[in-house]
Design a protein around this ligand. Structure first.
Ligand code: DLZ
Length: 208
């Protein structure tokens, strides 16, 4: 029996060919982040978004996502970011025995690209991976980041897609990025976030 959970398909196919989308992602839990960002980009491309219209900006952790999204929307540009074209070659996704080992949580800054034209973004996808630890950090960051991302989209009127995994275990995070350790690899939620971005960006253009 198929699962009750998950998004129903959109009533129409949305065309992303005229859209400009920013992906803002944190670098904590990098193996999972890389898989999610890759899945997001692949789906955006499938829906017609041009690689040159996908701008990627990394930040240290999920707590930094809301301010980065707000600034990128305000500037219409990610000065220190990279386009998908620049980044795709550089993304490395680990499928090793323990992909969440401390080494794999290291950070790799996105390559710098300057002099990019300043154009508005039609949607921003905020991607982070929070995994519960032994302190209260998880609860505070989850709550503040989700409220703040909602505020950014309501304040700016630009759709901000909530691509933040709030996982209780490493395995939950891996499965939601489609790289589960068991037989069931799970599903890459980045694909759903990309579809949500294209749909909401298309609606927003009509609602203006
Ligand atoms: C500090 C911290 C912790 C404990 N866990 C995570 C996490 O699971 N996922 C994540 O994206 N970020 C984490 N951070 C870092 C914070 O988001 C933030 O980058 C720092 O507190 C600096 O503001």
């Amino acid at each position: 029996m198929s699962s009750l959970k998950g998004p129903a398909p959109a009533p129409t196919n949305f065309d992303g060919s005229q859209l400009r989308v920013a992906i803002v992602h944190s670098r904590w839990n990098k193996t999972v982040i890389d898989a999610l960002v890759t899945g997001t980009i692949a789906k955006l491309r499938e829906q017609g978004v041009k690689e040159s219209n996908i701008v990627i900006q990394s930040v240290p952790g999920s707590f930094e996502l809301p301010l980065a999204c707000q600034k990128i929307i305000a500037g219409g540009n990610a000065q220190a970011g990279a386009t998908a074209t620049d980044l795709l070659g550089g993304l490395s996704i680990g499928f090793g025995a323990n992909p969440l080992s401390p080494g794999s949580r290291s950070s790799t800054p996105a390559p710098a690209v300057t002099n990019m034209p300043s154009q508005p973004f039609d949607a921003v996808i905020a991607i982070g991976v929070l995994i519960k630890g032994s302190t209260m950090h998880f609860e505070y960051i989850c709550e503040s980041v989700s409220h703040a991302l909602m505020r950014v989209q309501l304040d700016t009127g630009v759709p901000v897609i909530f691509g933040v995994l709030t996982a209780l275990t490493d395995d939950q995070a891996l499965e939601r990025a489609g790289i589960g350790r068991g037989e069931n690899k799970g599903h890459n939620h980045g694909e759903d976030w990309a579809s949500a971005a294209v749909e909401m960006a298309s609606h927003s253009r009509r609602w203006r």
